[in-house]
Design a binder for this molecule. Structure first.
Ligand SMILES: Nc1ncnc2c1ncn2[C@@H]1O[C@H](COP(=O)(O)OP(=O)(O)O)[C@@H](O)[C@H]1O
Ligand SMILES: CC(=O)OP(=O)(O)O
Ligand SMILES: [Mg+2]
Length: 412
């Protein structure tokens, strides 16, 4: 069966088409027939589109649009047109799986998209304003292209964190907050869950024996503490704004700042929202970009604000790693994943440095290679340090495959 995966991030739209056997899932992620990505961070009004097929055809295009929907239509057309064509018509797609960031309290596992699920995604958009609307747009784009008879599945970022204990998910506000659904949900769960499984595989040990700290450092960033297979703590909260400093999001700041901005400086809540979600983080402090690569380049050229931005990023990363460590009470491995986590040796070094007292040592020889799915700790390190290429798309495809079996059951 052919499963199309739509993985919308804050700065990107990733997508791939898997051909999976009906009988059993392969043990390792198979190579997709077609993989494509829209990068929306490079230049205003331009979507950088990259497409790659299993047959080795590669295409890169700067597509002039600031509309994600338009860019997505263009991207999907490369499935059945031009050199990158891998299917004859859209109707060959059997199922579509979508990353959906916020599933609230109601969605603790992946589900088929129905009118009710779409209404919930829309309702929860106010808690994930950068993400849920684009997730819904993706679902509607595919409905337009494929009609309503092709099943679509929503895979929620929040689901993996549904095992958080109350001490970790209850905010110390009035008790009424909890009754109103104001609690920590956690995000990037598909990535945290995949990385936990993959770490156990790489370490050759059962997940149930491990305490893992997973550092998902992309444009959005979050940490999770996974103890014996269960998520026990995470840094994102009620919204994907809490926790680490990110590309253009502030992460945690003193809530008193928000009151001061609104009450004394006259900013509207919408203006504060824009400041926190789009004008903060690496972008806000450095004044250069939300893209870690450009901020690091600016430091090399002597830009002081870029250096300050990285210093704050690292300080906060270390503090929250310490916090996850305390929630775990011990540590077999740290995992770095996502755009920054998979590619930035100076961030691995800076993040791990304070944990040398645990006996954690990196292997300098492993820092310069591309270490996807490798252990970069020294042989005598007491803690393993794994760089794992997150395969959210594969995790989404697997959920679709499992749900497709229930569909057959219903049809029979
Ligand atoms: N070689 C690299 N070095 C440092 N950072 C990188 C590198 N490649 C990508 N990144 C960072 O990864 C970020 C995107 O991460 P990704 O996980 O793909 O994003 P999203 O949150 O949109 O899913 C980019 O903003 C960029 O800063
Ligand atoms: C939840 C979240 O922050 O996602 P992303 O990293 O894709 O922006
Ligand atoms: Mg992502």
């Amino acid at each position: 069966m052919k499963i199309l995966v739509m993985n919308a991030g804050s700065s990107s739209q990733k997508s791939c088409l898997y051909e999976l056997p009906e009988a059993a899932l392969p043990e390792h992620p198979p190579e997709p027939l077609w993989e494509a990505q829209i990068d929306l961070t490079h230049a205003e009004g331009v979507a950088e589109i990259k497409v790659k097929t299993a047959a080795g055809v590669k295409k890169t295009e700067s597509y002039p649009t600031s509309s994600r929907v338009e860019a997505t239509h263009h991207l999907l057309e490369t499935l059945w047109t031009g050199d990158t064509r891998v299917i004859d018509r859209p109707g060959e797609i059997d199922m579509v799986g979508h990353r959906v960031v916020h599933g609230g309290e109601d969605y603790r596992a992946s589900v088929f998209v129905t009118a009710e699920v779409k209404a919930a995604i829309a309702r929860l958009a106010k808690f994930a304003p950068v993400h849920n609307p684009v997730n819904l747009e993706g679902i509607e784009t595919l409905e337009q292209i494929l009609g309503s008879s092709v099943p679509q599945v929503a895979v929620f970022d929040t689901a993996f964190h549904s095992t958080l204990p109350p001490a970790a998910y209850v905010y110390p506000g009035p008790y009424a907050w909890l009754e109103q659904g104001i609690r920590r949900y956690g995000f990037h769960g598909t990535s945290h869950g995949y990385c936990a499984q993959r770490a156990a595989q790489l370490l050759g040990r059962p997940l149930a024996d491990l305490r893992l700290m997973i550092c998902h450092l992309g444009n959005g960033a979050s940490l999770s503490a996974v103890s014996h297979g269960q998520c026990v703590d995470t840094t994102m909260g009620f919204t994907p704004l809490e926790g680490l400093m990110m590309g253009s999001r502030s992460g945690s700041v003193d809530p008193g700042i928000l009151l001061y901005l609104i009450r004394d400086l006259g900013y509207t809540p919408d203006q504060v929202d824009t400041m926190l979600n789009r004008e903060s983080g690496l972008e806000g402090v450095s004044g250069v970009s939300n893209d870690m690569r450009l901020v690091l380049e600016a430091i090399a050229q002597g830009n002081e604000r870029a250096k300050l931005a990285i210093d704050v990023y690292v300080h906060r990363l270390r503090s929250l790693m310490g916090s996850m460590l305390a929630s775990l009470g011990g540590l077999e491995a740290i995992v770095f994943t996502a755009g920054v986590g998979e590619n930035a040796p100076n961030i691995w070094q800076a993040a791990c440095e304070p944990f040398q007292f645990l006996g954690l040592r990196l292997d300098p020889a492993k820092l310069s290679r591309n270490p996807d799915d490798q252990d970069i700790a020294a042989a005598d390190s007491t803690v393993r340090v794994l760089i794992i290429h997150t395969q959210e798309d594969w995790a989404i495809a697997q959920d679709c495959w499992h749900l497709s079996k229930t569909l057959v059951g219903v049809e029979n």
